[in-house]
Design a protein around this ligand. Structure first.
Ligand code: NAP
Length: 267
């Protein structure tokens, strides 16, 4: 077994201990342990919680090889195994008894008066103000004007991200086999002065969301947050949020079932 493996871990004592144990076990089983991350790795092992998993995905610019997560964090939704299962993991991996869960991502493109920027999120993209004032956004779907949104912000979640911030905002949990984006308003104003959708809306993968800020006094300033990382933009002309063709390949073992995982983490 000369497969090349790179292990990424956070700084917690449990993660460091798990990494040491795993290195020893993989070494004894004939795997090649890479000292540095490279795209040529056959497998990326990520030790930590979901936050560490997201950090690794962004740090390594959305790796294309399979990724397995070992949960030493709190929730561990992306993480497939526990530190006590290292021998099982090596056994199943060696035997090829696993499947790949392909997770879709969301892309945001921001056009300002000085150029265009792009970010990708595995969980979500969040558009919000950079102050306590409400924001006003002209929203179009597939090029057709839909509403002038007023409120705190909009969260556009992937199915994989539906169990994260999206869920806390009252959005629906979505099976990752579905190819869609979920747009959830954050504190939408729905009065005679302002009219906004108050529930989530679901978009198919071939429709994008167009957003034109309508807040001249604020210089059209917005925070664009992707998987927890914030970028601030001003003098925004247009924002487009769409389904991305980048995927993350999560390794899952024989008994993995999305809805069983949802039940074990939420109920
Ligand atoms: P964090 O604020 O330190 O952690 C947020 C929590 O979300 C952690 O418990 C994390 O799990 C969990 N989480 C992350 N992705 C998840 C997923 N796909 N399904 C279920 N739970 C998930 O921030 P972070 O660790 O850097 O993670 C960034 C994410 O935090 C963002 O993408 C956003 O979705 C989420 N967030 C949630 C809220 C909220 O619910 N009110 C607010 C801000 C951000 P672990 O404990 O395993 O790390």
């Amino acid at each position: 077994m000369n497969k090349k493996i790179y292990i990424y871990a956070n700084d917690s004592e449990t993660s460091k201990r798990t990494k040491k144990q795993l290195k020893q076990k993989l070494d004894n089983s004939g795997f090649v342990l890479l000292p540095k991350y490279t795209e040529k790795a056959d497998l990326l092992v990520c030790i930590g919680g979901d936050g560490t998993f997201l950090e690794a995905i962004h740090k390594f610019d959305f790796p294309t090889m399979p990724i397995i997560g070992i949960n030493t964090g709190h929730l561990g939704f992306f993480q497939e195994i526990m530190p006590s299962m290292l021998d099982d993991f090596i056994f199943y991996y060696t035997q090829g008894r696993y499947s790949i869960q392909q997770l879709s991502t969301v892309k945001v493109r921001i056009t300002t008066d000085i150029g265009t920027a792009e970010h990708v999120g595995l969980n979500e993209v969040l558009l919000k103000g950079n102050s306590t004032y409400s924001i006003h956004l002209n929203i179009s779907i597939g090029g057709s004007f839909i509403e002038r949104f007023s409120g705190d912000g909009l969260l556009i979640a992937t199915p994989a991200g539906s169990t994260a911030y999206n869920y806390s905002l009252g959005g629906s949990i979505v099976d990752p086999r579905l190819k869609l984006l979920q747009v959830t308003p954050i504190a939408p104003m729905n009065t005679t002065a302002y009219r906004s959708f108050t529930s989530s809306i679901l978009l198919p993968s071939d429709l994008s969301l167009g957003v034109v800020p309508d807040m001249n006094e604020e210089k059209n300033k917005l925070c664009v947050v992707y998987d927890g990382t914030t970028a601030e933009y001003e003098n925004i002309k247009e924002i487009e949020v769409s389904f991305s063709d980048i995927h993350v390949n999560l390794m899952r073992f024989e008994n993995y079932d999305f809805w069983t995982k949802v039940k074990s983490k939420f109920l």
